[in-house]
Design a protein around this ligand. Structure first.
Ligand code: SF4
Length: 264
């Protein structure tokens, strides 16, 4: 099947080579290309794990399920409006609460099959009140579009922290712990079929590990019972576009976790 001009443009924006699919090896690829299309680049470049995407058998990766982490602040029974209000009024992290423009709760379909989790709002997200809206957000949107997904209706996007850390520093352990209950409750409410952790901080937080990202990528993990795939943060991919193809493999691995075909 020939790729549409739009899909070619999206893949080009992501820096993803237009590959020729091996027969049936990787279901869910956007499309195979006509025989005349170069390059003969392998569909699967070298990855950091021997496991092939599209074959979501679990690995010996850090299958840490933080089910024993208590939901903090009595949020376990809150519905969406109550949870959103609780986040909006939260001042548990004094420094963040004092400096934020607003909290950044999350965006998208609240019963989406896909949940994407990033680290924390940046300056633009703090200003607009929505996660992933700067250049990194545009790249994330391109990645979603390549999967046939739209941020407003097919996925839910949230961060570990709902408030911007000053100077875009990493969240402190205390801040991550304080905000944990909000993300846990969001995941309970969304009930996603798959979680994609965007970057090291989100992956470590969700999996309860201090492993480097390179060790977490390439394996299928679980957050409680939900399959979880680790990939690069879009901001990293802007700096290292040569790793976009690996991110695409991760997304293919995540798509293979869906219990039925996208849109099905
Ligand atoms: S980061 Fe989370 S826990 Fe900390 S003040 Fe913001 S909403 Fe509250």
């Amino acid at each position: 099947m020939e790729l549409s001009a739009r899909k070619r443009r999206i893949l080009a924006d992501m820096g993803i080579p237009i590959w020729r699919a091996r027969d049936g090896a990787f279901p869910g690829l956007p499309a195979a290309v006509p025989a005349a299309d170069p390059p003969a680049a392998p569909l699967m470049p070298e990855v950091e794990s021997a496991q092939a995407p599209g074959a979501p058998s679990e690995t010996s990766g850090p299958l840490v399920s933080p089910a024993d982490v208590p939901v903090e602040g009595g949020v376990a029974a809150l519905d969406w409006p109550e949870l959103e209000a609780r986040v909006r009024d939260c001042t548990a992290c004094a420094e963040l609460a004092a400096q934020r423009t607003q909290t950044v709760f999350g965006v998208g379909d609240r019963r989406a099959r896909w949940l994407f989790v990033g680290e924390a709002p940046g300056a633009e997200e703090d200003r607009r009140g929505e996660p992933f809206v700067g250049r990194a957000g545009q790249l994330l949107d391109s990645m979603l579009a390549a999967l046939g997904l739209d941020r407003r209706q097919d996925v839910f996007i949230a961060n570990v922290l709902k408030c911007r850390p000053p100077n875009n520093r990493d969240p402190s352990p205390d801040e991550s712990r304080a905000c944990r209950g909000f993300l846990d409750r969001q995941i309970e409410l969304v009930q996603p079929e798959v979680i994609v952790a965007l970057g090291r901080i989100a992956a470590q937080h969700l999996l309860g590990t201090d492993q480097p990202l390179g060790r977490m990528r390439g394996s299928l993990h679980r957050y409680r019972e939900v399959p979880l795939v680790v990939t690069y943060h879009p901001a990293y991919l802007l700096r290292k576009p040569q790793d976009k193809a690996k991110a695409w493999q991760d997304l293919q691995r995540a798509r293979a976790c869906l219990t039925s075909a996208p849109g099905g």
